[in-house]
Ligand binder design. Structure first.
Ligand code: PLP
Length: 476
């Protein structure tokens, strides 16, 4: 494809995306898609000869779009939002257009330095301590995902000795990692990837009302492990758990970590970006005491996947744990230590120029626009929670957290009947295609989650969901 052909086809692609986004609200949020439907519509063989780009767009309309859940639909309330604002789409396109590889500072200096700059500036705006910035001795990086962030953190924590230096001796088998029973499964996966056994992960019980980690239980578990000669290495606390948006008590947890020299990682994958708003930041004091913090711009901060923001006050430990320098990657800038080599902050070698899409978002919305966006969703969640409270056919499972509302059907006929009705209600709302919701379980009982946060979600979409919930209650 020549540059001129790209220009022509590129316009058609941008038009297609603009039309898709303009019309997505008219599509079923998630159609009734059966497994294998896509396969049936694809040819048996790959094209032997190249085809016109128009054929690709025709495929999108014919086979791809009908087989998708539309995450950018304003009535997509499932999981957590994956805000992919059009501004970030343009930034992503520019990044692919430049096609640079940030395998070292030398191969993409602007990519490295824009990333450093944005992470430093955002640390200030999020109220993170100066020790998380480069001038303060720490630093931030864009990971592909919060899962990678916790994995690299675990590797750093596992391989540091009591003085923070690299333990070349490897693992002893006695290392222990702590989360709560509500911690995201990425922690368990990181533990497995790192080669720790089942005994290497302790999931601390949560408070029955707030569903937040109980610091007394954590302290007890750590004391027990220390007494048994095991080595507590990492606590992963969460701001905004995946199930119900619970906030672990960071200050108390940090005190336990400090006492035992344990690395405290704060996973704010979804809710961490709320710290841009001072009044929301006040809901999770104690982040400043963490050793590392992660929040996904690709969830609630308008930035297309993948863009997970990660800061640590111990970049040297992280780099010691992950740096391997073969001859073919040596270069003068890297050896001078005057530059940051981000490949040593992550698992893969190759790196996209992800900072560009984040930069596009920041320049388009400005901090004020982003704060308005976050506050708007929090206000919509409060509005929905009030409606739920006002109707005795529903009950809130927990108080709304940021922009997440967790509810159940309330039949008045006991827990088992409520549970059946809750499950049927979820299925029937989703079946309408007018909204999409996902679920979790609390105390083994089903819960409907309404995660508000779409780029184009407005009050009318939430009110429409409420109408749907009430209408489908009678059918469920
Ligand atoms: N942590 C929390 C609290 C989450 O809610 C999620 C995903 O929803 C993750 C981690 C994993 O995020 P990622 O997909 O970026 O790995």
């Amino acid at each position: 494809m020549t540059s001129e052909e790209f220009r022509e086809f590129g316009h058609a692609v941008v038009d297609w995306i603009a039309d898709y986004r303009a019309g997505v609200a008219d599509l079923p949020v998630r159609g009734e898609i059966r497994p294998g439907r896509l396969w049936e519509q694809l040819p048996d063989r790959l094209p032997e000869e190249g085809e016109s780009p128009a054929a690709l767009l025709a495929d999108l309309d014919r086979v791809i779009v009908p087989a998708l859940a539309h995450w950018q639909h304003p009535a997509f309330f499932g999981y957590f939002p994956a805000n992919s604002s059009l501004a970030s789409v343009l930034g992503d396109l520019l990044s692919s257009g430049l096609g640079v590889q940030g395998i070292s500072w030398t191969t993409a200096p602007a990519s490295t330095e824009l990333e450093q700059y944005l992470l430093d500036r955002l640390a200030e705006e999020l109220g993170l301590p100066a020790e998380f910035t480069f001038p303060g001795g720490g630093g931030g990086v864009i990971q592909d995902s919060a899962s990678s962030a916790v994995l690299v953190t675990l590797l750093a924590a596992l391989h540091r000795d009591s003085l923070g230096a690299w333990r070349s001796s490897g693992l002893t088998g006695g290392e222990v990692v702590y989360g709560s029973t509500e911690t995201h499964s990425s922690l368990a996966k990181a533990v497995r990837v790192a080669g720790l056994g089942h005994d290497g992960l302790r999931l601390v019980p949560v408070d029955p009302v707030t569903l937040a980690m109980r610091p007394d239980e954590l302290a007890e578990a750590v004391a027990e492990d220390v007494a048994a000669g095991r080595r507590p290495v990492l606590v992963c606390a969460t701001v905004g758990t995946t199930g119900t948006g619970a906030i672990d008590p960071l200050t108390e947890i940090a005190a336990i970590c400090r006492e035992h020299g344990i690395w405290l990682h704060v996973d704010g994958a979804w809710a961490g970006v709320a710290a841009l708003c001072p009044e929301l930041r006040a809901l999770f004091p104690g982040v400043a005491e963490a050793d590392s913090f992660c929040t996904n711009a690709h969830k609630w901060l308008m930035t297309a996947f993948d863009c997970s923001l990660y800061w640590t006050r111990h970049p040297g430990v992280l780099v010691d744990a992950l740096s391997i320098l073969p001859e073919y990657l040596r270069n003068a800038a890297g050896e001078s230590r005057a530059v940051v080599e981000y490949r040593d902050w992550q698992i893969p070698l190759g790196r996209r120029f992800r900072a560009l899409k984040l930069w596009a978002v920041l320049r388009w919305f400005g901090l004020r626009g982003l704060r308005e966006h976050l506050r708007r969703h929090v206000a919509l969640a409060a509005e929905l929670a009030d409606l739920v409270r006002s109707d005795d056919r529903f009950t809130l499972v927990t108080e709304p957290s940021f922009a997440l509302v967790c509810l159940r059907a309330h039949t008045g006929n006991g827990a088992a009947a409520d549970d059946r009705r809750t499950e049927r209600l979820l299925a029937s709302v989703n079946k309408t295609g007018q909204a999409f919701l996902s679920h979790t379980a609390v105390d083994g009982r089903p819960v409907i989650r309404v995660a508000i946060g779409g780029v184009t979600t407005e009050s009318r979409h939430v009110l429409e969901l409420w109408r749907l919930l009430r209408e489908e209650f009678d059918r469920a």
